[in-house]
Design a protein around this ligand. Sequence first.
Ligand code: G1P
Length: 291
Amino acid sequence: MSHRIRKAVFPVAGLGTRFLPATKAIPKEMLTVVDRPVIQHVVDEARAAGIEHFVFVTGRNKQVIEDHFDRQYELEATLRQRGKTAELAKLEQDTPKAGATSFTRQQEPLGLGHAVWCARDVIGNEPFALLLPDMLHLGPKPCLAEMIEAHDRQGGNLIGVYPVADDETHQYGIVNVGGSREKVARIEAMVEKPPRGTAPSNLAISGRYILQPEIFDLLEKQERGAGGEIQLTDSMLKLAQSQVFHAVRFDGQVYDTGSKLGFLAANVAYAMAREDIAPEFRKQAAAILGL
Ligand code: G1P
C-alpha cells in the first residue's frame, strides 16, 4: 500500500520581477485573484485534497506570507465587536491549524530544484505534494485531489499536465505519454523548456507534482541545468530511471498568473466562477468590451 500524502511544499521565494512595481514591497504570491491572494487559492486546493501540513519555502521580504496564514487577534476582536460573524468565520476557516505550517528559507535563488531540496528536513522520508503557486487550476475537481486519488491507487510519482498551444511548449516542462488519451498515463519522456519546434508533445507540466522522497538525494547532487539553475525536471528524469512516473491530465483551465495576461485572465475566470460576483461582473465586462 502506498504512503498517504500529508504534506505539501509551496516554493514562494521568487522575486516577481515580471510584476514590478506591484511586487516591490509585496510578494507576488500575495497579489489577489478576485479577493484572495494567489497563494491562498493554491493552499485552498491543497486543503481540499486533504493536505495536513503546509511547507513554504520562502526568501527575503516574504514575511507577509507567514502573517497571512497566522491568526490576527486585533482584526478578529474588531470583527467580533462589530458583529461581523460571517467574515470572522471565513477568516477562521482559511487559517491553517496551529502547528500545520512550516517556513524555511531558500537563501539563494538557485532554481526550483534547489527550492524543493530546501524542504527536505521538513518533509522527511515520505512522499509529498508540490504546488507551484503561479499556476492556478480552475475546474470541477481540484487538480491535486485527482492526483492524490491516483497515488492512493498506484503509488509512484505523478505530474499534473495540461495541453498548451504548440507555440507555447518552449515555456514549460513537456512530457510525452506515447499518444495515450487516458487521464492517468505513464510518462515515456520528459524535457524542460524544449527549444521551439522540438517538443515531443504539447502536454505541459502544470505545476502540480506528487514525488517520492528519493528525489531529495538526487536534488542534492543535481548540477545546474537550463538557465544556470538547479532544475527539478533534471532530477525527476534521473528518478525516472528507477521509479515510475505518471501524468495526470487536468481537464479544467490552468492560468499562469506569473504572466500579466494569465493573471488578468485568472481574475476574469475566478470572478465568473463566483455566484456573488458573476452576474454584475458579466454586465460590466460586456460594457468594457463593447459587447
Ligand atoms: C516550472 C517547471 C516547468 C513547469 C512550470 C509551470 O518552470 O520547471 O516544468 O512547466 O514551472 O509553471 P518555471 O515556470 O519555474 O520556469
